[in-house]
Design a protein around this ligand. Structure first.
Ligand code: AMP
Length: 279
């Protein structure tokens, strides 16, 4: 496994043999089974697998958890070696944003609601770093988790709009046994908060059950999620949404696909989760 922060070394490895297919998994590290599921999928579908580990400062807003974001580089390397990654790109801030850096990817309406409303410059930062990573690695296929559903929508739009020459692949959310979506941020939770954090899954499950039973009104489904979160005393709702999964526009009535999503503060930790439903 090659580990490097050197962009020209990544390019050299990538283009050693142009025929070879490369799968790419961008991450912020502190890896868990969610990340590893993407690496395994990339492993199955490509001759080479590249993973990046970079806690991208431009996607964190002021007052967010950039400085506390968990890191465990040695452990991550062990996990990636075991998963048979071929290349791990571990740039530092100055490699990605050298002095004088001034060009950003501007994202559109799909990035304005939900996460974009709560975290105003987040998706511009995500789109910018993912563009840079795509240009550095030039993968055949890139792998992202459904866990970050709006990120998927924003990047899918970006890949189409800016003609990236790659296949954009979305993988299912990996969960703990009690339903909590795996996340590096789960580490912040105290034991009591960890219990309370299952409220996201419970709220989504309640809304999904109602939808299965025939409830198709967005407002009612949002109210079901809101009420479930309100019952959990360590939790505070940021948003509960029933939206079109491509545009992220709220739905009055579900006719086909819908994305049920929510963001909840559990103590000081902000968690997100979603279910994608399709009739
Ligand atoms: P992050 O390190 O949080 O930036 O995540 C890197 C990639 O892993 C993103 O595409 C995430 O959507 C994906 N990911 C994070 N958590 C999960 C999970 N529980 N299941 C599946 N994919 C995930």
């Amino acid at each position: 496994m090659n580990v490097t922060n050197d962009i020209s070394r990544v390019r050299a490895l990538r283009w050693e043999n142009p025929q070879i297919t490369w799968g790419f998994v961008p991450t912020m590290g502190y890896l868990h089974e969610g990340h590893l599921s993407l690496v395994r999928r990339a492993r199955e579908e490509n001759e080479r697998v590249a993973v990046s580990i970079f806690v991208n400062p431009t996607q964190f807003g002021p007052g967010e958890d950039l400085s506390q974001y968990p890191r465990a580089l040695e452990r991550d390397m062990e996990l990636l070696r075991a998963a048979h990654a071929d290349l791990v790109f571990t740039p530092n801030d100055a490699d990605m944003y050298p002095p004088g850096f001034q060009t950003y990817v501007s994202v559109g309406d799909v990035a304005k609601t939900l996460e974009g409303a709560s975290r105003p410059s987040h998706f511009q930062g995500v789109a910018t770093v993912v563009t840079k990573l795509f240009n550095i690695v030039q993968p055949t296929r890139a792998y992202f988790g459904q866990k970050d559903a709006q990120q998927v929508a924003v990047l899918r739009q970006m890949v189409a709009d800016l003609n990236f020459n790659l296949e954009f692949i979305v993988c299912p959310t990996v969960r703990e046994l009690d339903g909590l979506a795996m996340s590096s941020r789960n580490k912040y939770l105290s034991p009591e908060e960890r219990q309370a954090a299952t409220v996201l899954y419970r709220a989504l499950t309640a809304a999904e059950s109602a939808w299965r039973a025939g409830e198709k009104r967005g407002e009612t489904l949002r109210a079901i999620m809101t009420a479930t979160v309100a019952h959990e005393k360590l939790a505070r709702l940021d948003y509960a949404s029933v939206a079109d999964p491509m545009t992220m526009i709220e739905l009055e009535h579900i006719s086909a696909q819908a994305l049920f999503s929510l963001a909840v503060f559990v103590g000081k930790t902000r968690l997100i989760d979603n279910f994608l439903v399709d009739s």
